[in-house]
Ligand binder design. Structure first.
Ligand SMILES: Cc1cc2nc3c(=O)[nH]c(=O)nc-3n(C[C@H](O)[C@H](O)[C@H](O)COP(=O)(O)O)c2cc1C
Length: 351
């Protein structure tokens, strides 16, 4: 399959961004440039190496790995180190660590830095019960003093910039992101991303981009706005309302790996992404599918790939019968054949 079709490079035109009046084209993260400041969010089970590579080939400022559990990483539990694997674009990949003990966090940070990570992100936002019950992820918002010990241990352990991703607070009664961000900055954190919801909101309701402004006003390090940014319009509104220095996009990129590049183009004057259609789209999807099979091996790859294929087919409006056939087949070659059919058939319907 035409894997080289994946190598769709975005060229960035600095003057165009200035012409659009955006104050920040290049975001400075320690001595790194995040150019443009449009980042792919970490998403467990989704932003694996094949997906990050694909997003980066269209164009983005930085991509973040899935959350990597620090203790499991150090203990080399099966499948954990793969999550920390850097993208093809090593320079612009952050590896995200989660945990609740300074010792494991620091050791994991050392290991991922030794493996070449240029940025390490600390997860203080995951709302999942199995994470917060272990007092990591967003539960750390309830114990900021303890959170600070993790942050200090990681910053101390590595020379690369350490960033933090968190939420507005635990719940409406504890909206402490500004304070946590300020203390994190004092401890050496170089950038903070805020998902504009509390932990107790999980993913419900609408992200509150206005509330991110309080964090922006509390710190001098770059602040990234996250939550419900699904296109250029929402990216622009999120930046306006929060005053943030950049945006992070998660679910909006599912089935649309070019979305970040599109936002980079619309807001910062990067070259327009070559959004694939017709045969090019089929080639791109098949190449992504094959990259997942190579990365995970056929058995696991077949299963992991299903959610991505589902999103691609949702975008394309594939018929329910074909969708079901693609998502239930256990034969990787058949999936490839069906994928072509699924999208060609839709192309005809759409024509
Ligand atoms: C399936 C899924 C997995 C996620 N995994 C992580 C994770 O590993 N680390 C993290 O910090 N946030 C994680 N998140 C949160 C996202 O990074 C992001 O903050 C959230 O989805 C809001 O952004 P969005 O509306 O652009 O998706 C995850 C979200 C989803 C939907």
């Amino acid at each position: 399959m035409a894997a080289d079709l994946l190598f769709i490079c975005a060229q960035f035109d600095i003057t165009a961004a200035t012409a659009q009046g955006l104050s920040t084209l290049t975001l400075q993260l320690a001595d790194k440039d995040l150019n443009p400041p449009v980042l792919l969010a970490p998403m467990a089970g989704i932003t694996d190496r094949p997906f990050r590579d694909l997003v980066m080939r269209f164009g983005a400022g930085m991509v973040v790995s899935e959350m990597v559990a620090s203790q499991e990483m150090v203990q080399a539990k099966p499948g954990v180190r793969e999550r920390a694997e850097l993208s093809a674009d090593v320079e612009n990949t952050a590896v995200q660590l989660a945990g609740r003990e300074a010792h494991w966090m620091a050791e994991a940070a050392r290991q991922v830095a030794d493996r070449g990570a240029r940025v390490i992100d600390i997860n203080m936002g995951c709302p999942a019960k199995k994470v917060t019950n272990g007092y990591s992820g967003s539960a750390l918002l309830k114990t900021p003093d303890h959170a600070l010990t993790l942050i200090e241990a990681v910053v101390e352990a590595v020379d690369v910039p350490v960033t933090l991703k968190t939420r507005l607070g635990w719940d409406d009664a504890l909206l402490n992101a500004p304070d946590v961000a300020r203390r994190a900055q004092e401890a050496g954190i170089r950038m903070v991303t805020i998902h504009g919801r509390t932990r107790c909101q999980f993913y419900k309701g609408q992200a509150d981009w206005n509330a991110i402004r309080a964090v922006k006003e509390a710190v001098s390090i770059p602040v990234i706005a996250n939550g419900d940014i699904v296109d250029t319009g929402t990216a622009r509104t999120a930046l306006d309302q929060s005053g943030a220095d950049g945006v992070m996009v998660g679910r909006g990129a599912q089935g649309k790996p070019w979305l970040l590049a599109q936002i980079c183009h619309d807001l910062y004057g990067a070259a327009a992404p070559d959004i694939p259609t017709g045969d090019d789209l089929i080639d791109m999807m098949c190449a992504h599918y094959q990259a997942m099979l190579v990365f995970y091996g056929s058995d696991l790859g077949l299963r992991v790939a299903r959610k991505h294929l589902g999103w691609y087919m949702d975008e394309a409006g594939t018929s329910p019968a074909l969708r079901r056939a693609v998502l239930t087949s256990r034969d990787t070659d058949e999936v490839l054949r069906l994928l072509g059919d699924a999208l060609s058939a839709d192309a005809e319907v759409a024509a």
